[in-house]
Design a protein around this ligand. Structure first.
Ligand code: ATP
Length: 465
């Protein structure tokens, strides 16, 4: 990462903490590594992004239904899925400073083509051929070995091997094991999808990039069940649709790209990532996989249950293929924040009292912005203005998260809202007393429209939707 990008990323992280979006977990005890909490604004942003996903994936479709499976599942699920045996990352230890690293990350950071699906021997050769040493202290590295990423705990009063359960490392398995339940109880026919949002846990080793890679995170996954002959076409459609979702919510096109996996995971027939160009480089935000019939076949084998689909029209019985779209909510939040972040040296208007200061603006899409509108009485002394402003704010709260702010100069108040991405600031001034109008300032253009108080809601509705 260049010096400039490192600095920019540090400023983004600091803005997130300063403004109450994201805090380190258990902060007062020194924090828990790679675990984060969402503050008052963070939780609003998180819920908005999740709602947008749910709306696009479930609400607007008649072929996808929702599910909320438990985090803890029968341990056989993870045997069948392959996670117990092969959900691992290749690691090396530094013999000098004892720090542990992901081999594939060390290699790719050096510009060497490598990934976590490579054989340990292959990775070892790459380390030798390229004289790779510890990136922290230059010490010699151990041979690579596999490290399982699942977090374990015990269910019940006895801490024995029979009572081991795993905190799920992905939400997808909850969908596969409920495939028949949904099919038998809900009027769905193939092709159809099941979507769910929920927590997942991975004991990640490389965790330096804030909420990009955490040990507890939220996934939004959709598994689409299709006839094998349709799988390739449906996969292409989902790739197109998922990319559109980001673009429609304002992610810059030049910072998004598809990347096909060179090496496939054990379950995949084809795999693409949607990558975003973060300040620390191009990284995966969402994974799209054609999983073939791997998952249902495995669960048929391990559970001895018939999970085949019987086509009511043709009478054909088959194991459906699964097209998966899997996106991390936390990583998506970081994507939206990085995409929205602007830093204006010397201030945006150059005429305010702050013209020497740096100003920060989050150009979040109005639909995902945490606060939709702020109501600002021009002066604090005039009780009548405050009354009107408070009334407007309380009326707007029926429909939108709204802030009321009467402290400090109007310029400072605009900047406060710009920093947290509020798209509209409504100012109540002396004209408001005469003609029941207000001004509405657009965060991005800083243009102001004068409209009637009674028209505010329609105005916002129009702009936000
Ligand atoms: P990576 O290669 O970055 O570890 P992955 O390929 O293991 O990711 P998947 O298993 O495909 O990721 O998970 C799907 C999505 O879940 C990812 O695209 C990402 O958005 C999210 N995700 C995975 N692991 C994490 C994590 N540790 N923290 C936050 N989000 C994650």
């Amino acid at each position: 990462m260049s010096e400039e990008n490192t600095q920019q990323f540090e400023k983004i992280m600091s803005l997130m903490k300063r403004k109450g979006f994201i805090f380190q977990s258990s902060d007062i005890y020194g924090g828990l590594s790679a675990i984060y909490d969402y503050g008052p604004l963070g939780v609003l942003l998180k819920n908005n992004i999740q709602n947008e996903w749910w709306k696009a994936m479930v609400q607007k479709r008649d072929d996808i239904v929702g599910l909320d499976a438990a985090i803890l599942m029968h341990p056989m699920v993870w045997k069948a899925s392959g996670h117990v045996d092969s959900f691992s990352d290749p690691l090396v230890d530094c013999k000098k400073c004892n720090l542990r690293h992901r081999v594939d990350h060390i290699l790719t950071n050096k510009g060497i083509d490598a990934d976590d699906k490579m054989q340990l021997e292959e990775l070892e050769s790459l380390i030798k051929e390229n004289n790779i040493v510890c990136p922290e202290c230059g010490g010699e590295l151990t041979k690579p070995r596999s490290f399982n990423l699942m977090l374990k705990t015990y269910l019940g009063p006895v801490e024995s091997d029979e009572n081991i359960v795993y905190l799920r490392p992905e939400t997808a398995q909850g969908i596969y094991v409920n495939f028949k339940n949904v099919l038998n109880t809900y009027r769905v026919k193939i092709p159809f999808g099941i979507a769910q949002v929920g927590k997942a846990f991975r004991n990640e080793i490389t965790t330096k990039q804030f909420i990009f890679r955490t040990r507890e995170f939220t996934q939004m996954e959709m598994q689409y069940f299709v006839h094998p002959s349709q799988a390739d076409d449906v996969y292409e459609e989902w790739k197109e649709r998922r990319l559109r979702w980001f673009l429609d919510l304002g992610i810059r096109e030049d910072r998004l790209r598809f990347k096909q996996h060179a090496k496939l995971a054990h379950y995949a027939k084809d795999a693409y990532d949607i990558e975003y160009e973060f300040p620390f480089g191009w990284k995966e935000v969402e994974g799209l996989h054609n999983r073939g019939d791997f998952d249902l076949s495995q669960h048929i084998k391990y559970s001895n249950k018939d999970l085949q689909y019987l086509d009511p029209e043709t009478g054909e019985k088959y194991i459906p293929y699964i097209i998966e779209t899997s996106i991390g909510l936390d990583r998506t939040i970081l994507t939206f924040i990085c995409n929205a972040y602007e830093e204006v040296e010397g201030g945006r208007t150059q005429t305010t009292e702050s013209s020497k200061e740096v100003e920060y603006v989050l150009h979040l899409h109005p639909r995902i912005a945490p606060v939709k509108a702020a109501v600002l009485p021009l002066v604090k002394k005039e009780e009548k203005l405050l009354g009107i402003a408070r009334d407007i704010a309380s009326n707007l709260r029926e429909d939108y998260i709204t802030m009321y702010d009467d402290s400090g100069s109007i310029g400072r108040r605009y900047r406060r809202q710009d920093e947290i991405g509020t798209p509209f600031c409504i100012t109540v001034d002396f004209d408001s007393l005469k003609d029941n109008t207000v001004t509405i300032r657009d965060r991005d253009t800083m243009k102001q429209d004068r409209i009637k108080i009674t028209e505010i809601k329609d105005y916002l509705k129009d702009k936000i939707s």
